[in-house]
Each structure stands twice: as C-alpha cells, then as structure tokens.
Design a protein around this ligand. Structure first.
Ligand SMILES: *Cc1c(COP(=O)(O)O)cnc(C)c1O
Length: 245
C-alpha cells in the first residue's frame, strides 16, 4: 500500500475494510460463509478517482443507476488501465432502464439488475442478438409495494421469469429488490424474506437454462438484515464513499 495515499484514499480503504467486517459479522450470526456475499460498490455521484481507489483495494463489482452517468464514468481511460485485466471491473446497472437506452446499456454493463417488464427484456434481447452478445440479467421485484419503486410485483415474478427464460441472449441469474423505506426492521426483513421465497419458488419450477444464483438485496442502511435473510449480493454506496451531495 502506498505511503503517499491521500487521506481520501486511506478513508475509502478503511470504509471498505469496515464494510467487509460487517458483512463477515452478519454472516457469522446466521452461519453463512462471507464468500457467498458479493459486494457491489455503488458509484453514482462518485468521482472516477474514488472508483479507482476502490478497485485498487480489491473491489471488482460496481453499480450505477443511470446509463448516461455511467457512460461518462466507465471511461476509456479506466477501461484502458483496468478493463483488459482478467479480473477487471464488472459493471452492474441497478437503476430503471428505459428501452431507448437499452442498446447503450449493453455496451457498458455486464449485468443488468433492473429488468422490470417483458417488453424491456424483449428489447434487450433484440439488441443483444444484433451484437451477437449475451448479457446477465436480474429481475427487479417491488417487495415493499411502495408506488415510488420500480420492479414487478411478487405475483408477477414467476410469469416474468418463465417468459424471460425463453430469450436466448439473456441469462437470468438473479432477483433484485430494494427494502422498504422505514425504520421498522421487521418490515424491511419481510421484503428480503419475500425475495428469498420467490427465489425458492423459481428454483422449484426447475426451468431449463435458469439458474438463479443471486439475491441482490441490502444497501447501506439494511445490508446486515439482508445478509441474515440470504442476500448473496449487497449494493453499497454511502457506507463506502460517504453521503451523496
Ligand atoms: C443508490 C442505490 C444503492 C446504494 O445505496 P446506499 O444507501 O448509498 O448504500 C443500492 N441500490 C440501488 C438500486 C440504488 O439506487
């Protein structure tokens, strides 16, 4: 580690370490292996220099919620420096995707976590087929029922999984949700439990080609609850990079 690290860099490194320790502690409480929980560093509003610091500290998955912002940030310089490495950065789209940005999203992201309609999935399928590429996708489920949130309702999840399973260039590997916006831990926990139950229903359905490995759930304020409920991927912004302006 460089002795010339700026305080800011040292700060980000310390925050990453603290989050990793909290992930390990949460896993310990429920007898899980911390290696089962991937960390996605959410970099919306975060400067490229901080992203590089996180990368150098070993973070490999990064999440952005807007295609335009990501396009500026997943910069040619960053890709030149790190993109060619075998274990280079993997970018996840975690925010709502409009169909008119689907093509651009495929150029930037390896995983699209926010599939919330069959229409969007079909548009992505067309663009992915045209580029002869495959893309990993998650279905976003609105487990809280809050009208401000995107995602399909729990009832619509299995039918959407079944329809998306037919699209050859999309590889469905997970479900994603955002916990309810409340201080009531039991309500938040209920959202995460619901997503886990939906995953179990999909697995029981045994669709050819569908291997749901990921439950993407848990953010700065609730990732420990999510891990206790089975999260395999936490999406963390503020705990790593500080409050957003
Ligand atoms: C911003 C965002 C996060 C990270 O939120 P923090 O509270 O900063 O950890 C996670 N998931 C989604 C979908 C987001 O938009």
């Amino acid at each position: 580690m460089s002795s010339k690290a700026t305080p800011r860099e040292a700060d980000i490194r310390a925050r990453i370490e603290a989050v990793r320790q909290r992930i390990t502690a949460a896993c310990g409480r429920v007898g899980r292996d911390p290696a089962e929980v991937a960390l996605v560093a959410v970099t919306k509003t975060v400067l490229a220099s901080a992203i590089q610091t996180a990368y150098l500290a070993g973070v490999r998955c990064f999440g952005e919620n807007r295609v335009q912002e990501a396009a500026a940030k997943i910069s040619p310089a960053f890709l030149r420096e790190f993109g060619g490495e075998r274990s280079g950065p993997q970018w996840h789209l975690i925010g709502h995707l409009q169909t008119n940005k689907a093509k651009k999203a495929l150029e930037l992201f390896q995983v699209i976590q926010s599939i919330d309609s069959l229409h969007l999935a079909k548009v992505l399928q067309q663009h992915a087929a045209a580029r002869h590429s495959h893309v990993e996708i998650f279905i976003e489920v609105n487990t809280s029922g809050e009208p401000s949130k995107f995602g399909v309702s729990p009832d619509q999840t299995l039918p959407l999984v079944q329809a998306v399973a037919e699209l050859p260039n999309l590889q469905l590997t997970g479900l994603m949700t955002i916990g309810a916006l409340t201080d009531d831990a039991e309500i938040i926990r209920g959202c995460f439990r619901r997503l886990r139950e939906l995953r179990d229903e999909v697995v029981a359905d045994n669709l050819p080609g569908v291997h749901l490995r990921h439950l993407s759930m848990g953010m700065t304020d609730d990732f420990e609850l999510a891990i206790e409920e089975g999260s395999t991927m936490v999406r963390i912004g503020r705990a790593l990079f500080g409050e957003r302006a």
